[in-house]
Design a binder for this molecule. Structure first.
Ligand code: H2U
Ligand code: ZN
Length: 347
């Protein structure tokens, strides 16, 4: 492959089949727009008003146990609920709707109100990975669940409603749009190449080493060639596995190690508790086998050039396709330079 262009070009995302416009010459444009306020608040280890802290009463009236590690409960305001009656509306090809059923869970990462994943010890993050694995297994066993989406919204600007370290799980009876697209692309690649898309991609990125951020014996974090968000990363296992269930305890501990190291790099990049939405893509839990699926995590952080300037998906991006200024290679270099030491803000 020839050198990457330093003029406007578009890049292909093989996981979604979509394109992103890259405009590397545009990073110097002046910014007089919105400036985010991410002032570090001082948080107590226990907050009597937090609905996720141990022993507190949630807004629905249920009391949390005095949990000491991770704690998982069914969301009191679930976006999907178990099915009562299935309804379908079909008025020709233009008006279509159907019931969607599911289960929503909340995963408290730690009893400590003042921590984030980056400030937790590896063995504590391993418990979070184990909780995700147990939840995935239990939900997969339910007949009515075809897909389990595990995710975390971190920081107010990503819509997180509470600063207690937590994530969510939405499990449902159909495969939602983005995983379904990734599934079709992975299947198509497997049919055409007799190999796995993300196994091949991880090997290629390790050879080229332009977009790697950090790695260990079992997992690698990199900025994908087709990244849309300024400091977007993809974290994936080096060996093939379709879901968390395919990985051993030792591998899950290695995953926790890399999650901690990557999130510390994020915090140190702009010296702030770095906001993002992250989530796990893995095999659907329908009745089929899914050898085409390669487990991976997407991190989508909105910050653009400092703790106070964020990316907005507006204008051309709402109407045409995503666009970025900072090249993925530059994003990866910045994350590589960022330290893995505990962030100075860590309490
Ligand atoms: P977010 O901060 O990512 O929105 O997650 C918090 C979730 O916690 C949210 O989905 C749930 C909300 O419905 N929740 C409860 O289940 N019980 C409560 O008492 C408050 C919030
Ligand atoms: Zn709390």
């Amino acid at each position: 492959m020839t050198a990457l262009p330093d003029h406007p070009h578009r890049r292909f995302n093989p996981l979604t089949g979509e394109w992103v416009l890259v405009s590397p010459q545009r990073t110097q444009r002046p910014w007089q727009g919105k400036v985010e306020s991410l002032a570090a608040e001082v948080r107590p280890a226990y907050d009597p008003h937090c609905y996720l802290c141990p022993g507190n009463v949630r807004s629905g009236g249920v009391q949390n146990p005095r949990y000491e590690q991770t704690f998982v409960f069914t969301n009191d305001f679930s976006a999907m609920t178990p099915l009562k009656t299935h309804l379908t509306i079909e008025d020709g090809d233009l008006l279509r709707a159907e019931s969607e059923s599911g289960v929503c869970r909340v995963v408290c990462f730690s009893p400590r109100h003042d921590l984030t994943l980056s400030e937790m010890a590896t063995h504590e993050i391993t418990r979070v990975v184990d909780a995700w694995t147990d939840e995935y297994r239990a939900l997969a066993d339910r007949e009515a669940i075809a897909y389990v989406q595990i995710f975390e919204n971190k920081g107010e600007i990503m819509g997180c409603s509470n600063s207690h370290p937590h994530g969510q799980i939405w499990a449902q009876c159909t495969i939602p749009v983005i995983p379904a697209t990734e599934q079709a692309r992975q299947q198509e690649y497997r049919n055409g190449h007799a190999s796995c898309l993300l196994c091949d991609y991880a090997a290629l990125e390790r050879r080229r080493a332009e977009r790697l951020v950090c790695s260990n014996e079992y997992f690698v974090a990199l900025v994908p060639f087709w990244a849309v968000w300024p400091f977007e990363t993809l974290l994936l296992p080096l060996r093939h596995g379709s879901s968390l269930l395919d990985f051993s305890g030792e591998e899950r501990a290695a995953l926790a190690d890399l999650l901690r190291r990557l999130s510390r790099r994020y915090d140190n990049l702009f010296d702030t508790s770095f906001p993002y939405s992250m989530g796990i893509h893995q095999s659907p839990t329908d009745t089929l086998q899914h050898p085409e699926w390669h487990l991976h995590f997407h991190f989508y952080p909105p910050l653009l050039r400092s703790a106070t300037v964020r990316k907005f998906m507006v204008g051309y991006e709402m109407l045409a396709n995503p666009q970025r200024d900072v090249s993925p290679e530059l994003g990866a270099a910045r994350l590589r330079e960022s330290s893995e030491l505990p962030p100075p803000s860590a309490g």
